[in-house]
Design a protein around this ligand. Structure first.
Ligand SMILES: NC(=O)c1ccc[n+]([C@@H]2O[C@H](COP(=O)([O-])OP(=O)(O)OC[C@H]3O[C@@H](n4cnc5c(N)ncnc54)[C@H](O)[C@@H]3O)[C@@H](O)[C@H]2O)c1
Length: 419
């Protein structure tokens, strides 16, 4: 298989914490080719290039920077991603990792440049855009994946298989929470996480909404989300907390609590988990995942833990660097890496199985392969995760209307409306 050149658009937290190290590892194991990273300005790119952790884990590996590292750190290049895209050969891989509100224009630009795309969640902020992306990509035989990595957590995969086998009964009542650390308020979040753009339910609640759909296949039919506003250190106003209640097609209810406020001094490093009660025949079933404390507790000598702490609950499951047996340095392991690798490998399979075919035949084969991925429902695609866009759209409608109930209607075409 010929490795795919990979462009990451966005040089922020998720690029540093998951995407770039994962792509570096895919590069040295022959799945990714040349790597480039594009950001708004050179400052975050310099931080990535100079990161001690990345240098130690991936000795000798580097990326092409857009803008160049020699540019002034604060000089902005809002449209440079288009130039970075035009430097790629057709049908390579682009990872979109910019703030949510730019996903639509960036993903469409990637597709117009004839590239496969992996987009961080949420794909876009409304259903119509997700449907447009799906149709546009399908017509060109291009793969679009959404990086819902919780689908790759082994516990999610176990729960999905056993739920489908009927071992729990039908989901009926549950709660999920994901409270991100307080220090997020001091990060670049304060520039874009404003009330008019997003909220904690849309930002992280969507992970658990996607997961309940992934496990059960039940579609959400309505929801209410209420927020609590507050000010970021730069004075901008955002929803710092959100609480949602989602109704499913079988009548089930899921409560989702999210926020940017897990104490920096706590062992966390955030707070998260899922509890689902299910109705069976003369008995109930239950799925309970503690996604915060996975049983590994470390106390460091120095304050190298999350938010400068010493005592931490360390999750070995999402993303960690561990010794690499294949050579010098370290390798990423965990469901975050599995998710990135799974998406890039899907693109690789599509390309390698159609290489050399006449164009018409290649297109038909690519389209069939993408439909099969949609149907399998493990990798998140616009076709098999569009309920998330409906939920995001309904959530925004609800939260800006003080928690009013928003309905999700599937026929004749999916849409949301206030009750
Ligand atoms: N658990 C998860 O799945 C997870 C976790 C964190 C973030 N995310 C998602 O990742 C995305 C980015 O989050 P983050 O935390 O990395 O944000 P961040 O604010 O740290 O970084 C955003 C990056 O986007 C870049 N950017 C903005 N506009 C650009 C443009 N026009 N051209 C090129 N680059 C541009 C900025 O330069 C910056 O490097 C968001 O959509 C977020 O929801 C997902």
């Amino acid at each position: 298989m010929k490795p795919l050149d990979t462009l990451i658009i966005g040089g922020g937290m998720i690029t540093n914490d998951l995407l770039l190290p994962s792509i570096y590892h895919l590069q040295r194991t022959g799945r990714a080719g040349r790597i480039s990273v594009c950001a708004l300005n050179s400052a975050p790119l310099r931080a990535l290039a100079e990161s001690r952790e990345l240098k130690e884990a991936f000795p000798g590996q580097s990326f092409d920077a857009f803008p160049a590292l020699t540019e002034a750190p604060d000089k902005m290049f809002a449209n440079l991603y288009d130039e970075a895209l035009s430097k790629l050969a057709p049908r390579q891989a682009v990872v979109v990792a910019v703030p949510d509100q730019f996903h639509y224009e960036m993903v469409m630009a990637c597709l117009k440049h004839n590239q496969h795309v992996l987009c961080v969640k949420p794909l876009v902020l409304n259903y119509a855009q997700a449907a447009e992306i799906e149709a546009f990509a399908h017509a060109r035989g291009l793969y679009v994946g959404i990086e819902y990595h919780k689908r790759f957590d082994r516990r999610s995969l176990v729960a999905k298989r056993q739920y489908e086998a009927g071992h729990f009964g039908a989901f009926i009542m549950g709660e999920a929470k994901l409270i991100e650390p307080y220090y997020y308020r001091h990060s670049n979040f304060q520039n874009w996480f404003t009330c008019d753009k997003t909220d904690p339910f849309v930002y992280v609640g969507c992970h658990y909404v996607d997961l309940v759909y992934f496990i059960t296949g039940l579609k959400p039919v309505g929801l209410s989300v209420s927020g609590v506003k507050g000010r970021f250190p730069n004075g901008k106003e955002g929803y710092l907390w959100a609480n949602g209640r989602v109704r499913y097609e079988n009548g089930a209810l899921l409560t989702v609590t999210d926020g940017l406020g897990y104490p920096d001094d706590a062992a966390g490093s955030n707070d998260q988990g899922l509890l689902m009660y299910c109705e069976g025949k003369n008995a109930t079933g239950m799925i309970q995942h503690n996604d915060q404390d996975r049983g590994t507790h470390y106390c460091y000598l120095d304050n190298i833990g999350c938010a400068g702490t010493k005592y931490n609950y360390v999750s070995p499951d999402f993303y960690r660097l561990v010794p690499w047996q294949g050579g010098e340095g370290a390798q990423p392991v965990g469901y975050g890496f599995d998710s990135v690798a799974g998406n890039i490998e899907a693109m690789l399979r599509i390309e390698s199985e159609t290489a050399g075919l006449p164009e018409k035949e290649a297109l038909a084969r690519r389209q069939a392969m993408i439909k099969a991925i949609d149907k399998q429902g493990i990798l998140a695609t616009p076709a098999n995760s569009y309920i998330n866009e409906l939920v995001v759209e309904a959530a925004r409608l609800s939260i800006v209307n003080d928690g009013a109930w928003a309905e999700i209607v599937y026929k004749p075409t999916p849409h949301v409306k206030l009750r």
